[in-house]
Design a protein around this ligand. Structure first.
Ligand SMILES: Nc1ncnc2c1ncn2[C@@H]1O[C@H](COP(=O)(O)OP(=O)(O)OP(=O)(O)O)[C@@H](O)[C@H]1O
Length: 243
């Protein structure tokens, strides 16, 4: 059995002549809250789509808990939860309980109402809101519902694609606290993509940085500096050196 939750080897994806992800190799230890940092268009979402079996790699490979994403997609899907930056706008006429119960039933999860309450508790959605329509929630609360949805199947690896995009500072901070708590309490490996240097520095002790599809750094966050200013200076150098 592998020690790693995620391993990629020269993972690549092209769209026509555009190489969106270019031979990236990294490893994520089990239980890690791992950061994947890059500017807009750097290849973060494309990488997550390959790791979650939504998009086949053009070349190279990726394994989740030892299972190959291309040849064992069903095994991989059993292990993962995915939160993208889309909120539950389309479900605004549903309550959080109804919304989660719907997905729990689709997934054939037993004990639907207990599972729904467990996941809503994990993301700290207060009891008084659980029976209210999602359309009346703040953006931060909607994001919590999406995270709760991703937790329904007790995933071993949780993928969060820019989970705080569009949130104001208080909601962002709340989401950061939630992600830290989840990582500590749920023993889930978390793969967090973001273009927010402060977010990644606050949450992740191990990171990879991508620029124009290529990996420009992989290692401990502290190697890039102990304060945000130094971190950002080094980050900018890494991002511009690849241009
Ligand atoms: N389905 C697709 N067809 C063609 N090009 C695509 C497709 N998906 C992504 N791309 C291109 O691949 C590159 C990487 O995009 P990707 O969405 O992975 O970046 P990102 O780092 O997630 O960016 P952002 O932070 O803006 O979400 C971009 O140039 C994008 O336009």
């Amino acid at each position: 059995m592998t020690d790693f939750a995620i391993e990629t080897h020269a993972l690549s994806r092209s769209f026509g002549s555009l190489v969106a992800v270019d031979e990236i190799s990294f490893k994520v230890a089990k239980g890690e809250l791992y950061g994947f940092l890059g500017l807009n268009g750097a290849g973060k979402t494309t990488t997550i789509r390959m790791l979650t079996t939504l998009l086949p790699p053009t070349s190279g490979s990726a394994r989740l808990w030892g299972h190959d994403v291309a040849s064992e997609p069903l095994a991989v899907r059993q292990l993962i939860g995915l939160v993208s930056d889309e909120t539950s706008e389309s479900q605004s006429d549903w309550t959080a309980r109804e919304y989660l119960a719907y997905f729990a039933r689709i997934r054939g999860i037993e004990g639907v109402s207990e599972t729904v309450e467990r996941c809503l508790t994990s993301v700290g959605l207060a009891q008084q809101f659980r029976g209210k329509l999602i359309g009346t929630y703040s953006t931060g609360m909607k994001r919590r519902v999406e995270i709760a949805r991703a937790l329904l199947g007790r995933p071993k690896v949780l993928f969060l694609d820019e989970p705080t995009r569009g949130l104001d500072l208080p909601a962002k901070r709340e989401t950061w606290r939630l992600l830290k708590d989840l990582a500590a309490q749920e023993s889930v490996t978390t793969f967090l993509s973001s273009h927010d240097a402060q977010e990644i520095r606050t949450l992740c002790s191990e990171i990879s940085i991508v620029a124009a599809g290529r990996l420009v750094f992989t290692g401990p966050t502290r190697e890039l500096g102990s304060d945000l200013d130094t971190f950002e200076d080094r980050l900018i150098k890494l991002l511009t050196s690849s241009c």
